[in-house]
Design a protein around this ligand. Structure first.
Ligand code: GTP
Ligand code: MG
Length: 137
C-alpha cells in the first residue's frame, strides 16, 4: 500500500479520544506503521505548518498545536492520502460529512481533532519530521 501521515491534535488527545479515533482509523483499513506521543514546542509546530506562515490564522494555529500533546502516526493503505482525507472530513467540522472523524470529534475549525497529509510528497516529508529511518519500517 501507500502511506500517509496523521496527528491526533491537542483537543482530541486532551478530551480522551485517542483510543476511539485510533480504532476508527484501524477499522477503516489503515495499518499503523509508526506511532509516537509528543508535545510540540511552538517552534516545532511553526516549522510543521510553515506552508501556512502567511495565513491570518498561523499564530493561533501554532499556539494551539503546541498547547498539549499530540499523537503522530504513519499509516499504510491503498490510496492512503485520499482515503484518509475522506475519513477525517472537511477542515471545518460544520462542513464535515456525517460519520467522519472531524464531524464526530472536532470542536471548531481550529481544534479539528486530526491532521491528514494532502499529498504523497507531503506525507513523506511530514512522516520524516517525526520519525527516523530506524522507526519507519
Ligand atoms: P490539516 O490536516 O491539519 O493540514 O488540515 P486541512 O488540510 O484540512 O486544513 P489546512 O491545511 O488548510 O489548515 C491547517 C489547519 O489550520 C487546520 O486543520 C486548522 O487546524 C487550522 N485552520 C485552517 N483554517 C483555519 C481558519 O480559518 N481559522 C483557524 N483558526 N484555524 C484554521
Ligand atoms: Mg492541510
Amino acid at each position: 500500500g501507500t502511506r500517509t501521515f496523521t496527528m491526533i491534535k491537542p483537543d482530541a488527545y486532551g478530551s480522551g479520544n485517542t483510543g476511539a479515533i485510533t480504532k476508527m482509523i484501524e477499522e477503516a483499513g489503515f495499518g499503523i506503521k509508526a506511532m509516537k506521543l509528543t508535545h510540540l514546542s511552538a517552534g516545532r509546530a511553526g516549522q510543521f505548518y510553515a506552508v501556512h506562515k502567511e495565513r491570518p490564522f498561523y499564530n493561533d494555529l501554532v499556539t494551539y498545536m503546541s498547547s498539549g500533546p499530540i499523537v503522530a502516526m504513519i499509516l499504510e493503505k491503498d490510496n492512503a492520502v485520499e482515503d484518509f482525507r475522506k475519513l477525517i472530513g472537511a477542515t471545518n467540522p460544520a462542513d464535515a460529512a456525517e460519520g467522519t472523524i472531524r464531524k464526530i470529534f472536532a470542536t471548531s475549525i481550529e481544534a479539528n481533532a486530526i491532521h491528514g497529509s494532502d499529498s504523497d510528497e507531503n506525507a513523506e516529508i511530514e512522516g520524516s519530521f517525526f520519525f527516523s529511518g530506524l522507526e519507519k519500517f
